[in-house]
Ligand binder design. Structure first.
Ligand code: MEV
Length: 443
């Protein structure tokens, strides 16, 4: 596959699903088996599901859509997104189209530095215990690296040891909490297993050098040394819409950003919008999305107040958006090599490694957020949402095939998007249809 793959697939959303699949199949030279995986037929074999978790009884599925138009650092990405919420995929594609016409997203990501935590108690003098741990740093790192020689051979491994003393008036004998951080470069892996092995493995040595007792040994999901950032700059003239000038739309977005900066109640919803996009790609690409969520929200709180992960402001005739968040992702490990659907999703994304994947995630989060704020700061989201929502209401009411769109349109027109109304409309459509003649023959 050359780098000439474009994410700008004009009219894609209007194609029937099979034609969309065929187009993607041609673009990415997908095998019949890979197409079947995208289509969702046999995505995860029950036998595999049974090996993955306990008490397995089946497979749970979600719609898989493709976010289009994304351009990050001059490269196009077609983004697989697994999500049940209408308008998430459309919003990313819409926002990415505006941003690509403004030069695309610019993004960067840190190396894959994760944190393993070891909690030490009953250590005596805190200063002395801290010094002893730091004096034994090289020994601790060497021991840590002995558990994962393959990771070290690939250029990763334990890099540093930090000691943190945290006030804990209610701790045993009122001693401060002594927390050791082992910093580990997990390279292409998210690294949870590896970090936990290291944290548990170095604990006896830490007990030995401090004379204390180790309790918890586990990774931290606040992976704030593994951040990804994305920015975009959109000329105000490109924002004009809904019969409103670009300046007004941009001002609505900047106001929404100010609101989220000042108010945690709003920041939570703002960040939910960001995570709408990020979670959807995370699920499609087999990531531990709970870890990503935990990290993002803890990071949003780092200054003592819960704040937005992204900000927007006006600068020299442009609307500027920025996002920064921890992204502990992997291109190996977990279900990534096991789940065949994830393999196809990663094939579509064409990333060369986990850092590039993190940049795409950050850009998707910013795109999703832009689309939400643009609507919220101007005409509101209900108009667009209702059109999408009407489709699922139509399906719930029993509409299928071409009837879904018809019922949805009539629901929106009626201004009453409810299942009961959809059933009424559906019944009237059925009455309008010419009856199919059925001939019953004897014998
Ligand atoms: C809905 O899933 C997400 C939004 O609420 C995000 C936001 O308010 O910024 C629209």
């Amino acid at each position: 596959m050359s780098d000439t793959v474009t994410s700008r697939l004009s009219g894609f959303h209007k194609l029937p699903m099979e034609e969309r699949l065929a187009q993607i199949g041609r673009m990415f030279r997908l095998s019949d088996e890979e197409l079947e995986q995208l289509r969702g037929v046999g995505t995860l074999e029950p036998v595999l599901a049974n090996q993955m978790i306990e008490n397995a009884v089946g497979i749970f599925s979600l719609p898989l859509g493709l976010g289009l138009n994304l351009n990050v650092n001059g490269r196009d990405y077609i983004v697989p997104m697994a999500v049940e919420e209408p308008s998430v995929v459309a919003a990313v594609s819409f926002a990415s189209k505006i941003v690509r016409e403004s030069g695309g997203f610019v993004a960067e990501a840190d190396e894959s530095m994760m944190i393993g935590q070891v909690q030490v108690s009953n250590y005596g003098d805190p200063t002395l215990a801290s010094e002893r741990i730091l004096d034994a740093k090289e020994e601790i790192l060497a021991l840590a690296n002995s558990f994962h020689p393959a990771m070290v051979a690939r250029g990763g491994g334990a890099r540093d040891v930090e000691v943190r003393l945290l006030p804990a008036p209610e701790g045993p004998r009122g001693e401060p909490l002594l927390i050791v951080h082992i910093l580990i470069d997990t390279q292409e892996a998210m690294g949870a297993n590896l970090i936990n092995t290291v944290a548990e493995g170095v604990a006896p040595l830490i007990e030995q050098v401090t004379g204390g007792r180790v309790y918890l040994r586990i990774l931290s999901n606040l992976s704030d040394k593994r951040l990804a950032r994305a920015t975009c700059r959109i000329p105000l003239s490109m924002l004009a819409d809904f019969d409103l000038p670009g300046e007004t739309i941009a001002e609505g977005i900047a106001q929404a950003s100010r609101f989220a900066e000042a108010d945690p109640y709003r920041a939570a919803t703002h960040n939910k919008g960001v995570m709408n996009g990020i979670d959807a790609v995370a699920i499609a690409t087999g990531q531990d999305w709970r870890s990503i969520e935990a990290g993002a929200h803890a990071f949003a709180c780092r200054g003592g107040q819960y704040r937005p992960l992204s900000t927007w402001y006006l600068e020299e005739g442009h609307l500027v958006g920025r996002i920064e968040l921890p992204l502990a992702l992997g291109t190996v490990g977990g279900p990534i090599k096991v789940h065949p659907g994830v393999q196809v999703a990663l094939k579509l994304l064409r990333v060369s490694g986990v850092r590039e994947l993190s940049m795409v995630f950050a850009a998707v989060g910013l795109a999703q957020n832009f689309a939400a704020l643009r609507a919220l700061g101007s005409v509101g989201i209900q108009k667009g949402h209702m059109a999408m929502h009407a489709r699922s209401v139509a399906v719930t009411a029993g509409a299928r095939g071409g009837d879904v769109e018809k019922v949805a349109n009539l629901l929106v027109k009626a201004g009453h998007v409810k299942v009961e109304k959809a059933k009424e409309i559906l019944a009237s459509l059925i009455l309008e249809k010419p009856a199919v003649a059925v001939t019953i023959t004897n014998g």
